[in-house]
Design a binder for this molecule. Structure first.
Ligand SMILES: [Co+2]
Length: 207
């Protein structure tokens, strides 16, 4: 159920309008026997409670402590995620982009809101707004500054446009001073925004 819809005038403007459209679509799908209300309730609950950026964070932490896993993740993200039991709808083809001292990656879907659901859950509202979709490509440094991140002037910013066929996400750099952290502690540092690339994981206090 991707929503490639370039017709601006038909984009819902309010949460109420979106909710009404979802309800109407749900009613049609159930009426046509394409999906049961149980299946819809199940999907909503899975994405609310179980699938979210904590899964992406776990994968990043594993990559930070296990260089061989990291190589597999960068070579074939979809199958490396499967090793950790993560995968599925809207994540059939994923590419992970590695941030380094000299390159910072940021992900957008300029057309709509394609996003790697199995590792990040459902996209935040701002990711879907035309303002982000336009500005991420035109003024990525301005966008990042609003998220509290200012890369050095020499850092090359690379912008990646996700699509229904190919969804990108970011492997952030491990914060300095966390070399002795456990994998679990490291996972707690990884934020959703750092996996999209609009910011980086915070350096924990006292390290
Ligand atoms: Co899209």
């Amino acid at each position: 159920m991707t929503s490639h819809n370039p017709v601006e005038g038909s984009v819902p403007r309010s949460n109420e309008e979106i909710a009404a459209r979802v309800k109407a679509m749900e009613a049609i799908l159930v009426e046509k026997g394409l999906i049961s209300t149980d299946a819809i309730d199940y999907m909503s609950s899975v994405y609310e409670k179980e699938v979210g950026p904590q899964l992406g964070a776990k994968i990043v932490a594993r990559a930070w402590v296990d260089p061989e896993f990291k190589q597999r993740l960068l070579a074939d993200a979809t199958s490396a995620c499967k090793e950790m039991g993560v995968g599925g709808m809207q994540g059939e083809e994923m590419i992970v982009l590695e941030n380094t001292d000299t390159v910072h990656n940021i992900v957008v879907c300029t057309l709509c809101s394609c996003y790697p659901w199995p590792v990040l859950g459902l996209p935040p509202n701002w990711y879907k707004y035309p303002a982000y979709r336009a500005r991420a490509t035109r003024d990525p440094r301005g966008v990042m500054a609003e998220f509290g991140y200012v890369p050095g002037p020499d850092v090359e910013i690379r912008i990646w446009d996700s699509s229904a066929e190919l969804r990108y996400w970011v492997l952030p750099q491990q914060p300095a001073g966390t070399e002795n952290f456990t994998e679990e502690q490291l996972a707690e540092l990884v934020t959703r925004d750092s996996l999209i690339g609009v910011s980086v994981p915070p350096t924990p206090a006292g390290v």
